[in-house]
Design a protein around this ligand. Structure first.
Ligand code: LLP
Length: 415
């Protein structure tokens, strides 16, 4: 039977039984490889954890919106969270109807709103009084009713990396509860707006239950208060944020997470929307790179220079993020100390600090794990490096879902 995800055969790392070295030989490196089976399994685990409680998963496209993966999520029955009008566009092209999309994001331009309002999205998640007014103006001009959700900032510490914690009142996201109350009360007398939900999202890569539960409790309480004032909602949007284990340590499971959400919200009887990104696609991707140079760093330590670095995977440079790295081929050499670095002219271009790995040689392939979320999606052309190729392995077959960019592709935009 094919094994889901990434595992080691006798001789090397495989994705659903397809050797990564075979894909790398055909496509070159740096290269993202995704496991379709892992995405399916992780989507289903979250979905089934609701155990009959009314809900909808709105996959957060920002984690990875490579088209074939967006289509795969659609086949699985997912809805989406789009964070820009361009993500809305991609989702539409992948077949998602507007009613299956929420449009989130702290800064939606007038142009984005003007395009979004006539679509009739499930909701535009509103981040400020000014944005609500702009939506209203556009809807009035079109003589439509815009469905809106108010993003509330609960002032909860997600306990994640400060760069990806969003729930404190000092963060730029959402509006405080008192402002939210005023906005919601005002919507009743604004005929071009319909309040359909309230929304929280307190951060990403959250590995303990307390902030996630706290945010749900906060929203449920606010919903109860609204209900008592005769304002009824269609659902509660609890955002994304469930973390994954990058280093093997324990994290909250989808079951525990969903059970806590349902537990906090059940008394409102409102359906739950969540916007998971990382927890669905994060563990479903590896970045395969080639060792292009080895050089002495200290007595007992070498630099291993890879053809994959911060241009392909920003997370280590940006957040000091840890990703497991291992050689693709079965290791024979004695363990040695390495600083695993990328080729870019930036000191922060280190994909793995302080690693003990079997002795590496130029030409060896290495795999950087758990990069399905916020990997390819955050890649850049710095140093004119081409965006990497991406491959999907599914049903024992692999195929290129994004070819490697060329200089021609880059220059095609330039005059
Ligand atoms: N909903 C909203 C409103 C969000 O801002 C985000 C992520 C999500 C949902 C999805 O969160 P997830 O389930 O993936 O945690 N680049 C960073 C992560 C930034 C997350 C931004 N917002 C990283 O590489 O860790």
């Amino acid at each position: 039977m094919t094994r889901a995800g990434f595992s080691r055969s006798r001789t090397e790392l495989v994705c659903e039984d397809v050797p990564l070295s075979a894909i790398a030989a055909a496509v070159g490196t740096p290269l993202y490889v995704y496991s379709g089976a892992t995405i399916r399994a992780r989507y289903r685990a979250l979905d089934e954890a609701f155990d009959g409680y009314p809900h909808r998963l709105h996959y957060a496209l920002k984690a990875n919106s490579t088209f074939a993966l967006v289509q795969l999520l659609r086949q699985l029955g997912s809805a989406v969270d789009a964070n820009s009008i361009w993500e809305v566009d991609v989702a539409q092209r992948a077949g998602f109807p507007p009613a299956d999309m929420v449009f989130t994001g702290v800064g939606k331009s007038m142009q984005e709103l003007a395009q979004a309002v006539p679509l009739g999205l499930r909701a535009i998640n509103v981040e400020s009084p000014g944005e609500l007014e702009r939506i209203e103006t556009i809807a009035a001009r079109l003589d439509r009713v815009a469905r809106v959700a108010i993003r509330v900032n609960p002032d909860i510490d997600a306990g994640s990396h400060p760069h990806i914690s969003t729930g404190l009142k000092i963060n730029k996201f959402g509006v405080p509860a008192d402002v939210a109350r005023e906005l919601m009360a005002s919507i009743g007398s604004r005929p071009h707006l319909k309040l359909v939900a309230i929304h929280v999202h307190v951060g990403s890569q959250i590995t303990s239950l307390a902030p996630l539960r706290g945010a749900a409790a906060f929203l449920a309480e606010l919903a109860a208060e609204l209900d008592a004032r005769g304002l009824s909602l269609e659902y509660l949007d609890l955002g994304g944020g469930l973390g994954i284990s990058y280093d093997g340590s324990d994290v909250v499971s989808p079951r525990e997470y969903v059970a806590a959400l349902v537990d906090e919200v059940r008394s409102t009887r409102l359906p739950i929307v969540i916007e998971p990104g990382r927890s669905i696609v994060g563990p479903a991707g590896v970045l395969v790179g080639t060792v292009i140079d080895i050089k002495r760093r200290a007595e007992n330590s070498d630099f291993a220079v890879l053809d994959a670095g911060m241009t392909e995977l920003m997370r280590p440079a940006l957040y000091g993020a840890f990703h497991r790295i291992e050689p693709v081929k079965a290791a024979t050499g004695v363990p040695r100390h390495y600083e695993m670095v990328g080729p870019v002219c930036e000191t922060t271009d280190v994909v793995g600090r302080d690693r003990m790995l079997p002795t590496l040689a130029v030409g060896d392939l290495v795999a950087i794990h758990d990069v399905g979320a916020y990997g390819a999606a955050m890649a850049s052309n710095y140093n004119r490096r081409p965006l990497p190729a991406e491959v999907l392995v599914d049903d024992g077959q692999w195929r290129i879902i994004k070819r490697r960019q060329t200089v021609d592709d880059q220059l095609a935009l330039e005059r």
